[in-house]
Design a protein around this ligand. Structure first.
Ligand code: ZN
Length: 117
């Protein structure tokens, strides 16, 4: 990959990282806000619990994405960004433009997502 492309992806990754981290921060402060508001009521507590679970699920996904972004940034530093972690082939630029932190080429990704029979 050319250096100028690499720089572009690095910028995009850092930008997305910031976005995901602020999203995580917002979600976390929302969780503690709604938790603080009304403590005593049992019915409310139950609905709060499911609300919290949804938030935790959302933030769990975001955390995975932030991890993947960190991983991609390390790979840029190491000079092996853009290679599939499974087969070692280059991931297409078009694919990286959509998901700059993608770890696998389209072939391996499809293989992983195919339902096992
Ligand atoms: Zn692959």
């Amino acid at each position: 990959m050319e250096k100028k492309d690499l720089e572009k992806f690095k910028e995009a990754l850092l930008e997305s990282r910031k976005e995901f981290l602020s999203k995580l921060k917002n979600a976390q402060s929302k969780i503690s806000d709604s938790f603080d508001e009304n403590g005593g009521d049992e019915i409310d507590a139950a609905s709060q619990t499911s609300e919290k679970e949804v938030f935790f699920e959302l933030t769990a996904n975001d955390k995975i994405t932030v991890d993947a972004i960190d991983n991609a940034l390390v790979k840029i530093e190491q000079g092996n960004y853009g290679r599939c972690e499974c087969c070692g082939e280059y991931i297409s630029i078009e694919r990286l433009k959509v998901i700059p932190w993608g770890r696998y080429c389209i072939k391996c990704q499809e293989e992983a997502e195919r339902p096992r029979l």
